[in-house]
Ligand binder design. Structure first.
Ligand code: GLP
Length: 237
């Protein structure tokens, strides 16, 4: 893993955007996209850039089960607001949260990724070390699957909904094995809340207790963190 410590998200995003630009200078790319606050500045810079994605493909990591694309908490909505309204891709894929047939969603999504191998995957991390929605103890071989969200994730999301019944209990997520197939991974994490997970991911053993630790075994990962997220690291290159 190549570890780059940056001053802030602005600088971190510049590095990520440069990598995306490099791919686009050779060919249209297949970009794996993530939601959450960590990649927001990347999407802002991409939106304001002159980069042309009209022949490129985007494939998102995950989506909540049961939320319509126009629901403000859906990842479809997030991507539209933060990137797709400004940059159109040839195709943008996000798991279909309204399809209750998990097997169908899983098979279709895996086929899409097989047909369009991901050149660069943007990845964040949860405070417990999860990637996508792959919570601790998820198999490293896992493919796109339906995830039962943990109580802490459901509780954390409750504030975004009018009543408890509406809070999604399940999500569809690329598996860890799916994510690991990306040719290149650009990982971003900022702030002290991520420090423990980042430390376990980089300094700790490769274990399903910390899903992100699998990245130690990927041949091309760039870890972009600020000083706070890297505060507990043993050594920084
Ligand atoms: N499924 C998403 C992850 O893909 C994301 O990495 C994580 C962290 O989000 P944030 O960047 O807002 O801390 O949130 C959710 O769990």
């Amino acid at each position: 893993m190549k570890i780059i410590t940056v001053e802030d998200q602005l600088q971190g995003a510049q590095i990520a955007v440069a990598k995306i630009k490099k791919i686009l200078s050779h060919k249209p790319g297949v970009f794996g996209l993530a939601t959450g606050s960590s990649p927001l500045e990347i999407y802002r810079q991409l939106s304001q850039s002159k980069l042309d994605f009209s022949n490129s493909i985007s494939i998102n990591l995950d989506e909540y089960v049961g939320l319509a694309p126009n629901h403000p908490q859906s990842y479809h909505y997030f991507m539209k607001q933060n990137l797709f309204n400004n940059k159109q891709f040839l195709h943008s894929y996000i798991p279909d949260g309204l399809n209750p047939n998990a097997q169908e969603v899983e098979n279709e999504y895996e086929q899409i990724i097989k047909d369009h191998p991901i050149d660069l995957q943007i990845l964040g991390i949860g405070q417990n070390g999860h990637i996508g929605f792959n919570e601790p103890l998820t198999s490293f071989d896992s493919r796109t699957h339906q995830v039962a969200l943990t109580k802490s994730t459901i509780d954390a999301n409750a504030r975004f909904f009018d009543n408890a019944d509406e809070v999604p209990k399940y999500a569809y997520s690329m598996g860890i094995g799916t994510i690991m197939k990306a040719k290149e991974i650009v990982f971003v994490a900022y702030g002290e809340k991520k420090a423990k997970a980042v430390h376990q991911m980089i300094d700790g053993p490769v274990t399903i207790d910390v899903p992100a630790s699998v990245l130690q075994t990927h041949p091309n990962v760039t870890v972009i963190i600020d000083h706070k997220a890297g505060a507990l690291l043993k050594k920084i290159e």
